[in-house]
Design a protein around this ligand. Structure first.
Ligand code: DGL
Length: 261
């Protein structure tokens, strides 16, 4: 079996990216870490996110990871530069899909749903400078949504009330395209689409990150040979809780081990 790819997030949100990787690259074995003891990252200081990201990247490296996917917009904004300086392996990050949304919008008004940490980062400011062009980009931090997904709550009154509250100002301002700028939010897509007018386009970056991983592995001669792949899970929080939520999010059962960092 070829060496695995490490994937991590503050919690279960990165499973939305893991799913895309499994679909595109079914022969790649994957090691997934949920830093559930520290979720949400979105309201935490960047120094703390950097420290957690370094510890988890080291753990995955020591487990034999040949590449790392930061399946977290907030951790990418806070830590990817440092990680790339420290670890000698391909490191793929995520950022809100501003470029595709700027191409897709018909009326030139785009909304971004993301964490406070992502929206306040220098990386996000640079992304807007580079790709927004003449498109008006409105941002909306969404405290509380990540916690719902962490509880496995993808529908229901609380989720709907939060989604209504966060999308209302963006719709009122005329956005015709919404960016899901946090890897937890794709799990709320069905609930979101129930409350959005049909003409609103919703974009996220999971599939693009899987394609980027494929390109980087191919460039480095690291793609796995066709064959049986395994996926292992760790959580720094309650592994039983994560184990009970996994089948809701991924349609697979999996044992979850305790992350020793
Ligand atoms: N899923 C993460 C992201 O993409 C972080 C969510 C959080 O922990 O606040 O930003």
């Amino acid at each position: 079996m070829s060496a695995p790819v490490g994937v991590f997030d503050s919690g279960v949100g990165g499973l939305s990216v893991l799913q895309e990787i499994q679909q595109l690259l079914p022969s790649e074995s994957l090691l997934y870490v949920a830093d559930s003891a520290y979720v949400p990252y979105g309201e935490k200081p960047p120094e703390q996110i950097r420290e957690r990201s370094r510890l988890i990247a080291r753990f995955l490296f020591e487990q034999g990871a040949k590449a790392l996917v930061l399946a977290c917009n907030t951790a990418t904004a806070a830590a990817i530069n440092e990680l790339r300086g420290e670890f000698d392996m391909p490191i793929i990050g995520m950022e809100p899909a501003v470029k595709p949304a700027a191409l897709a919008t018909r009326n030139g008004v785009v909304g971004v749903l993301a964490t406070t940490g992502t929206l306040q980062s220098a990386k996000f400011a640079a992304l807007l400078d580079r790709f927004a062009g003449s498109v008006r980009v409105l941002t909306q931090p969404c405290p509380g949504l990540v916690e719902c997904v962490e509880r496995g709550e993808l529908n229901g009154p609380e989720v709907e009330a939060l989604l209504q509250r966060y999308t209302a100002p963006l719709l009122a301002a005329g956005c015709d395209t919404l960016i899901l700028g946090c890897t937890h939010y794709p799990f709320l897509r069905p609930a979101l689409q129930r409350i959005l007018p049909a003409q609103i386009q919703v974009v996220d970056t999971g599939a693009a990150v899987a394609r980027q991983l494929q390109v980087r592995l191919a460039e480095s001669g690291l793609l796995a040979e066709p064959g049986q792949a395994i996926t292992r899970f760790w959580s720094s929080g309650d592994p039983q809780l994560m184990g009970s939520i996994l089948p809701t999010l991924l349609k697979v059962d999996g044992a979850v081990d305790i992350l020793p960092v």
